[in-house]
Design a protein around this ligand. Structure first.
Ligand code: DHE
Length: 546
């Protein structure tokens, strides 16, 4: 592929993927739901497939393999009863891009779609190490690249802005708020891209499994790999050596060498009884030198150490825990003979959404349908507290700050207009701050007196609240562009300015003075989703996502 332009290469790869997905069983990636095994008649199946192609395929992918939306196979729908699936297609699904079809499709059509997506694929989709290696594209030779930035800006105060509108990203100077470069990304990135510990590289994950390593100093995508078919997110180890990718399809995590993006280890995500699971998300836990893996369909959270640094102490603790629990046959692992051993932590409920305390000792998790959050102590390997929470808190967007000598944790709520503030010692709710509708993202900075939360859903989606962290009161509500969703903020390195997205094809990033809350600048952008400041991200700044 060398010699072709990047755009052409991307298009050729897209064509190859479509061909691979639609053609035959020659590749392990190929599969066909046309030939599904269920008892539905051929005619029913053809009609359902047509409905799927007309209404679902754009988001859920060719042959149900997932794209913007998740893959749709019985193996991935284990926690969704068929009756609930009918409701989801009728009414849409909170906190996702899934629309309601009740006005577009008849009850019979919706039922046939449900039958269709619960029909097992004849060939279970696979994505092997060989497939990953074959997908690896080296765009540039890293050894020939400059080791200093080819632009004049503080490399610690840069922002990467992901623009979903035309699948691009903009590198922004965080002092002057001027774009340095803009480039094409893979289709449908999701989750925060992650920086290398020195801030030079950034790793993007697309929903269809592509991992791209971009060299910020040289402003070039250097290497890519397809690590899965339907991917959740990516995390980078604190030593910068490893990337871990969590997948919905196949059910696994993949550990990549960050230099080459070649796979080092693929770990199928099955619990100790052999039941397999999608991965909810993967995280780096810096003080533990380990990755934390949250599983979606089994009641386990995993910890995978990637370094002996720090790991030695942790290993001693594990020896004790495993013996007490009867060993689970893993005793040899924490003697560190195996690279990337798994430490399994049993949970009382599924965990769809999580947050870590600043020391990465406690994980706060909740299942989608529960009103009770679990606090799981990762050292003790057990639940240490429950938190009663109304609606559906979006824990992953939570942030912490100091309040009256304590650390508090605050999270927006996807179903109700409230921000819940929790004392992280007693795990009691201190306050529910009433907002003008359900929210998705929340942000602050240790040097800012304010926390920002959007009103992502409902008639007030164009509003953003500014909360005073000392009084826990909303002090200002902004409405930057009436009628257009305003969401997701990120602070500059010094916390003096805030960047807010207008989520529209003709959208913008708006810069505010973080203290006066006055608008400073508006930069036109194509549906800018998240934006990520180098310094805040690599230092795991308290007010930002990790
Ligand atoms: Fe996200 C982060 C899960 C829908 C935009 N989202 C995350 C993370 C998780 C997650 C676990 C943290 C991972 C990370 O950053 O490494 N998101 C989910 C879902 O389960 C959910 C509800 C359903 C789904 O479709 O997967 C979901 N997310 C969405 C959207 O519909 C959003 C608004 C648009 C989109 O891109 O699809 C969306 N999610 C984002 C963004 C982040 C994110 C912009 C990064 C936030 C950050 O500041 O780090």
């Amino acid at each position: 592929m060398k010699g072709f332009s990047y755009k052409l290469r991307v298009n050729i790869y897209k064509l190859l993927l479509v061909a691979a997905a639609t053609l035959s069983s020659q590749s392990s990636f190929a599969m066909s739901t046309d030939t599904a095994q269920k008892n539905t008649s051929d005619t029913d199946n053809i009609q359902a497939k047509k409905l799927y192609q007309d209404h679902c395929q754009t988001c859920h992918g060719i042959d149900r393999m997932g794209s913007m939306g998740p893959a749709l196979f019985p193996e991935n729908l284990k926690r969704l009863r068929q009756a609930k699936a009918v409701k989801v297609i009728n009414n849409g699904r909170a906190a996702t891009q899934m629309p309601a079809f009740a006005k577009t499709l008849s009850a019979a059509q919706i039922q046939s779609l449900v039958d269709y997506i619960y029909t097992p694929a004849k060939v279970i989709p696979k994505w092997s190490i060989a497939d990953m290696k074959a997908s690896n594209i080296v765009h540039f030779d890293q050894s020939k690249m400059s080791n200093t930035p080819l632009f004049d800006a503080d490399p610690m105060n840069l922002f990467m802005v992901v623009e979903l509108g035309d699948h691009s990203a903009t590198l922004l100077n965080g002092d002057t708020f001027t774009p340095i470069t803009r480039f094409k990304t893979r289709f449908a990135l999701h989750g925060g891209p992650k920086y290398s510990p020195d801030g030079r590289f950034i790793y993007f994950a697309s929903r269809d499994g592509w991992i791209s390593k971009y060299d910020i100093y040289n402003m070039k995508t250097v290497v890519e790999v397809r690590a899965g078919i339907n991917t959740r997110n990516i995390a980078i180890s604190s030593d910068g050596k490893y990337a871990i990718v969590g997948n919905y399809l196949p059910h696994n995590v993949v550990i990549l060498d960050t230099k080459t993006l070649l796979p080092i280890k693929v770990i199928p995500t099955t619990d100790s009884d052999g039941k397999s699971s999608r991965v909810s998300a993967v995280y780096n836990a810096p003080p533990r030198y380990s990755f934390i893996i949250a599983l979606k369909d089994v009641k386990e959270v995993w910890e995978i150490p990637y370094s002996d640094k720090g790991g030695v102490e942790v290993f001693k603790g594990w020896a004790h825990d495993y013996r007490k629990d009867g060993g689970e046959g893993k005793v040899e692992n924490w003697k560190s003979e195996e690279q990337f051993p798994i430490r399994r932590i049993k949970t009382q409920d599924y965990l769809d959404d999580f947050f870590f305390d600043p020391d990465y000792i406690n994980l706060i998790g909740a299942s989608r349908d529960s009103h009770t959050g679990q606090v799981i102590n990762l050292d003790a390997m057990r639940k240490v507290a429950s938190i009663k929470m109304a609606g559906m808190p979006h824990l992953a967007s939570g942030i912490t700050w100091d309040y009256k000598g304590k650390t508090v944790f605050a999270s927006p709520n996807i179903k109700e207009g409230r921000v819940t503030v929790i004392d992280m010692e007693s795990w009691q709710v201190i306050k529910d701050i009433k907002t003008q509708g359900p929210g998705f993202f929340m942000r602050s900075h240790s040097k800012s007196p304010y926390a920002w939360v959007d009103v992502f859903f409902g008639p007030n989606k164009d509003k953003v609240h500014v909360i005073d962290k000392a009084s826990l009161e909303i002090v200002k509500t902004l409405k930057p562009v009436p009628g257009k969703t305003a969401a997701h903020v990120e602070f500059t390195k010094d916390g003096k300015y805030v960047l807010l997205s207008i989520w529209d094809k003709d959208g913008a990033v708006i810069v505010y003075d973080a203290n006066t809350l006055e608008e400073i600048k508006r930069l036109p952008m194509k549906k800018p989703s998240g934006k990520y400041n180098v310094f805040n991200k690599i230092n795991y700044e308290k007010g930002t996502s990790h």
